[in-house]
Design a protein around this ligand. Structure first.
Ligand SMILES: Cc1cc2nc3c(=O)[nH]c(=O)nc-3n(C[C@H](O)[C@H](O)[C@H](O)COP(=O)(O)O)c2cc1C
Length: 201
C-alpha cells in the first residue's frame, strides 16, 4: 500500500489581508533548501484544488477552491518534494506517495534546466485530463482547462504569499519530459507548474 500523508485541516481565516498578498506577490527564484511543514503543504494543496468547506448553493462538498468550467474539474495536482512525488486527493485532503525518490532535479532538467526547481521545497505540477472538459464543451474546453490551471496557480501564489513563502510560475518545460519524469498515465498531460518554498533572505 502506498504511503499517505494526511494533511491538517486548512485554515480558512488566515492572518494577511488578501489585498496585501496581491500587492506583495513577486516571483521568487532563490530558495532555501528547507522543507515545508505539513500545515504549509496543507494550505497550498487546498488553495490549488481543495474542497470548498461550504457553499451557499446547498451543494457543499461538490465544489473546490478554484472555479471550473461546468464544474468538470479536469486538473490533477502532483507535488514533488524532497521526500518524494505525491498526488493530492481533494476529497480526502491527503497526499498519496507515488515514489519516495526526490525527482526535483529531473523536473528541473525537464524544465530546460531551471535549477531553482531542484532547490525549492515544493513543485506543484498541474496535469489535466482534457476529456473531462472537452467532453462537455468540445474544442473550446481546451482553453477552459488552461484558464483553470491559471486560477489554481494564482491561488497557490497568494496562499504562499500569505504564509510568507515564495513562489513562481513555470510554464517553460518539455511536456513529454515532464510526463516521463512523473510517469503520468496517458490520460493526463502536464499543463502548468508552480514552485514554492522559503525565500533566501
Ligand atoms: C504562463 C506563465 C509562465 C511562466 N513561466 C515561467 C518559467 O518557466 N520560469 C520562470 O522563472 N518564470 C516563469 N513565469 C513567471 C514570470 O517570469 C513572472 O511572473 C514575470 O516576470 C513577472 O514577475 P512577477 O511574477 O514577479 O510579477 C511565468 C509566468 C506565467 C504567467
Amino acid at each position: 500500500m502506498s504511503r499517505i500523508i494526511k494533511l491538517p485541516e486548512p485554515d480558512t481565516k488566515g492572518t494577511m489581508p488578501l489585498e496585501k498578498a496581491i500587492a506583495q506577490r513577486r516571483s521568487c527564484r532563490d530558495y532555501l533548501a528547507e522543507a515545508l511543514t505539513q500545515e504549509e503543504m496543507g494550505q497550498l494543496c487546498w488553495a490549488a484544488q481543495g474542497k470548498a468547506p461550504s457553499t451557499s448553493s446547498g451543494q457543499a462538498g461538490r465544489f473546490r477552491t478554484v472555479p471550473s468550467a461546468g464544474a468538470t474539474y479536469p486538473l490533477e495536482v502532483f507535488v514533488a518534494l524532497g521526500e518524494g512525488l505525491f498526488h493530492y486527493l481533494p476529497n480526502e485532503h491527503y497526499l498519496e506517495e507515488l515514489t519516495a525518490e526526490d525527482i526535483r532535479g529531473k523536473i528541473a532538467a525537464a524544465a530546460w534546466g531551471q535549477e531553482f526547481i531542484a532547490e525549492a521545497a515544493a513543485t506543484f505540477i498541474m496535469a489535466a485530463e482534457f476529456e473531462r472538459t472537452t467532453g462537455r464543451y468540445g474544442q473550446r474546453g481546451i482553453r477552459y482547462v488552461f484558464m483553470e490551471a491559471g486560477h489554481a496557480a494564482q491561488n497557490i501564489h497568494l496562499e504562499a504569499e500569505a504564509m510568507g513563502l515564495g513562489s513562481v510560475a513555470v510554464g517553460a518545460f518539455n511536456d513529454t519530459a515532464v510526463s516521463k519524469v512523473l510517469k503520468l498515465p496517458t490520460n493526463l498531460e502536464p499543463v502548468y507548474m508552480v514552485v514554492a518554498g522559503r525565500y533566501k533572505r
